[in-house]
Each structure stands twice: as C-alpha cells, then as structure tokens.
Design a protein around this ligand. Sequence first.
Ligand SMILES: Cc1cc2nc3c(=O)[nH]c(=O)nc-3n(C[C@H](O)[C@H](O)[C@H](O)COP(=O)(O)OP(=O)(O)OC[C@H]3O[C@@H](n4cnc5c(N)ncnc54)[C@H](O)[C@@H]3O)c2cc1C
Ligand code: FES
Length: 295
Amino acid sequence: MTVAIHGLKNPSPDYGRGQGGGAVVVVRSVPMAGAVELVVYDSASADAVKPGQFFQVGVRAPHTILRRPYSAAWSDPASGRVGFIFNVVGAGSAWLSVRDDGQALDLLGPLGRGFNLDRDRPVVCIAGGLGVAVFPGVVQALLARGRTVMVLQGAQTKTQLLPADRFQGATVQVATDDGSTGHQGSVIDLLAHLIVSREKDPLQLSGEAQGGGVDLFACGPTPMLRSLIELAGRRQIPLESIQVALETPMGCGIGTCLGCAAPSREGGYLLTCQEGPCVSADRIDWDRMTDAFHG
Ligand SMILES: Cc1cc2nc3c(=O)[nH]c(=O)nc-3n(C[C@H](O)[C@H](O)[C@H](O)COP(=O)(O)OP(=O)(O)OC[C@H]3O[C@@H](n4cnc5c(N)ncnc54)[C@H](O)[C@@H]3O)c2cc1C
Ligand code: FES
C-alpha cells in the first residue's frame, strides 16, 4: 500500500512556475519498503516523456557535482505530473528522498530512448529490485495500446515489492529471495518456471516465446539481465524479442562524457544515454557487459 507522507492536493496549473518555471514536488510517499516516490508537477515534462525515458535530476547534496539519472516511473499529461520511484544508495538519492511538497526539482530531460511499444503481441515485463521503477508507465502505455501484459517482479522480501495494484489490467506474479511471498528465488527463476509449466502461464509463454510471439521487457541489476540472456539462450528465445532498460553509470546524460558506454555486439560501444537506456538485447555484447556497481 502506498503511504502518502506529504501531498499538495490539486495544485493550480501554474503551481511552481512562478520563478522561471520548472518542476515542483507535489507528493512524497513510500510505495514499498526502502523506496520513495516523488510526484512532481511539471506539465512540459509530463507531456514530453515516453515510457522508459529518463531525466537527469539536479541534486544539491555536498560534493555531488553531477546530476543523477532517474527513469520516469509514470507520467500523466492531464494533471501535468511525473512520478519517480527510487531507493537511497548514496548522497544524491538521500538528498532527493527528503524533498518535500512545494520544493523545486531541477529536471533535465526527458532523455534517451524508451521502450519500443509498437509491436502487436503480448509483453512480459521483468523487474528485479528497483528495476520495477520504470514499469508503471510502461505497463499503462502497453495496455492503452491493447496489448496483453504480464508483470514478473522480484525482490529480496515481500515488503520490498511494488504493490500489484500499480499494474491494474496486467497479470502480476512475484518472486522473493526469502520466499515470504510468491515464487522463492529470483525473478528469472520465476520466468524459467513459467516457461516449463505451461498451465501456470496465462500468456502461454513457453510456446509463444520460443516462436518469437512474446516481447520481454526487462530492468534490473546487470547480473539479473545476464541470467535472462542465458535463459533466453537455453530456451531459444530470440534476443530480438527482448528489450532491456540499462542502468549504466551516467555522467552527463547527453552524449558528451562517454561515461555510459555499453559494449556493443557489433564491436566497440554504444552510449546508453543516446541509444538507450532501452535497447534491444541483441545490440549488447553480453560477454563483455560487466556490472559496474557490484563487481
Ligand atoms: C537511465 C537510468 C535510470 C535510473 N532510474 C532509476 C530509478 O528509476 N530508480 C532508482 O532507484 N535508481 C535509478 N537509477 C540508478 C540511480 O541513478 C542511482 O542509484 C543514483 O544515481 C545514485 O546516486 P547517489 O548519489 O545516491 O549514489 P552514489 O553516491 O552515486 O552511489 C552510491 C552507491 O550506489 C551505486 N550506484 C550508483 N548508481 C547506480 C546504478 N545505476 N545502479 C546500481 N548502483 C548504483 C554506486 O556504485 C555506489 O555504490 C537509474 C540509473 C540510470 C542510468
Ligand atoms: S552519460 Fe555522458 S555520454 Fe552518456
């Protein structure tokens, strides 16, 4: 359940724009254990952002020179709002987590490329940990296009799962490391389990995926993405049917620092902030893809 900590109800369309425009926090809440959701009023960003795109968010914590990249969790052009869901891992996210209603946020974006939503077939969204943050808006957009959606969400424990009611209209299955709810194990174990047990698989994933009839969208730590790629190899799931939202380290977010380079299958590197963060899995050289954060 989402716990609202603070909230401004129905801000006027110009709320927060008095001093040169910009975004302003209108609701701060805790959507699941260890995470914060900031709802920001910024009608230009809410209009412009596509599912899977990100913003470079200015943070004012001591010794944080660079902006921090955050995916838009969802957007609602009608109310001019954009949501961000994140956890605290360092100084930037700690500063962000205590932004309160009425405070301005400095958003640069939307940036990068979102998911390609255009195909006309079912989608399985696979989220590991805070990777789930990108999916509320993605799922909403897929459902609006009439696509059938299944969400597979994995976390360490039950309380760290984003509640299933954030994915209304989709089928949701969960996995936890400690077995406190859902499948015990990783979200990729859950996917593997669904592939071999057709009767529990409303999308008939086993048959469809092997024939290339289902799209898989994934976001989570690099080891999770690598296990997905390995599973795809074992089950003959074409890599072209998988899109991944990469969270490589980013400096500028606009293609100048080269900090976000990911190894390309064609040799060399691609810049995640320009060609991603959402890319087809067949564009990445997974043998050279390392986890910059977890060794
Ligand atoms: C395109 C993109 C979208 C993102 N969207 C989200 C989101 O929606 N929600 C969310 O919670 N996070 C998201 N992230 C990760 C987020 O940007 C980082 O967690 C954040 O920059 C950390 O800043 P910090 O100052 O708090 O931590 P720092 O002091 O910069 O780092 C603290 C610790 O966190 C680790 N860390 C930093 N960045 C990442 C990362 N990308 N992945 C894993 N560990 C990291 C560092 O190695 C270090 O150990 C996204 C990253 C990218 C590239
Ligand atoms: S983050 Fe600087 S080039 Fe991509």
